[in-house]
Ligand binder design. Structure first.
Ligand SMILES: NC(=O)c1ccc[n+]([C@@H]2O[C@H](COP(=O)([O-])OP(=O)(O)OC[C@H]3O[C@@H](n4cnc5c(N)ncnc54)[C@H](OP(=O)(O)O)[C@@H]3O)[C@@H](O)[C@H]2O)c1
Length: 240
């Protein structure tokens, strides 16, 4: 493809698999990350993919980070808004900080990254934005009002921005992954996870590369007539 792509949270988990999938399809990939310098160093050493730290919840940091990527690698054609966190708890125990951090990073990050890159994509007549939502943004989940609201917001954000990009060759789509075997899911207590897996028709967690393949498809020319869509990649857990 020869395109310049930024993958937020691109140094581990689902993001790492997305970085590799886009690199393997010919993109120049830059992986953003939030704080885990050691993992980012190992990732770059192993893959040769540049990793740059900034907080996607920080508006100015996204403007500066994307400008630095464009200076070094060329105009940004593809953005994968993958960075995300959980701060789970039932409403009674959820602090305002838990609410705000999840909204700021998961949903605010999409806005900040789009503000930094969408105008350039429109001007050049080609672009791809893929936002990583969640099955829990479609179906809801006990103990996740913050996360489910942010992810549900991502699906609305996607449909609205898709309408602004459609006439300019810029597609905006979302993927709603089910449960995938990453650090985020490793944090779920084992008995809870067992119950979740029991409800997944294919009978297992997903693999990060299974999400990455769907992202790569949405970034390819094969998906040129798809915009504003949400692909559910969840092993049949929620048929939406
Ligand atoms: N795993 C699942 O089952 C699942 C299911 C549905 C949706 N998702 C979504 O898929 C995405 C990736 O999930 P994952 O399981 O791969 O997560 P993960 O293993 O916890 O990795 C999260 C990534 O996001 C980065 N990140 C966190 N906060 C950031 C910030 N403020 N600025 C920049 N980067 C930040 C992290 O950077 P550091 O390495 O520096 O911490 C890390 O690279 C998330 O949006 C998640 O909500 C995951």
């Amino acid at each position: 493809m020869g395109r310049v792509a930024i993958v937020t949270g691109g140094t581990r988990g689902i993001g790492e698999a997305i970085s590799l999938a886009l690199r393997d399809r010919g993109c120049t990939v830059v992986a953003n990350y939030g704080g885990n310098d050691e993992k980012a160093r190992i990732f770059t050493e192993a893959t040769g993919i540049a990793a740059i730290k900034w907080d996607v919840g920080d508006h100015q940091a996204c403007l500066d980070g994307c400008a630095a990527v464009a200076d070094q690698f060329g105009p940004v054609d593809i953005v994968i808004n993958n960075a995300g966190i959980t701060r789970d708890g039932v409403l009674a125990k959820m602090s305002f900080d838990d609410w705000n951090e999840v909204m700021r990073i998961n949903l605010g990050g999409c806005f900040n990254m789009a503000k930094a890159t969408f105008g350039g994509m429109r001007n050049r007549g080609w672009g791809r934005i893929v936002n990583i939502g969640s099955v829990n943004g479609q179906a809801g989940q006990y103990g996740q009002v913050n996360y489910a609201a942010a992810k549900s917001g991502i699906h609305g954000f996607t449909k609205a921005l898709a309408q602004e990009g459609a006439k300019f060759g810029v597609t905006v789509n979302a993927i709603a992954p089910g449960y995938v075997d990453t650090d985020m899911v490793a944090a779920v207590p084992a008995p809870v996870l067992e119950k979740i897996v029991a409800k997944i028709p294919v009978g297992r967690l997903g693999h990060a590369y299974e999400i990455a393949r769907a992202v790569a498809f949405l970034c390819s020319e094969n998906a040129s007539f798809m915009t504003g869509s949400t692909l559910s990649v969840n092993g049949g857990q929620h048929m939406y």
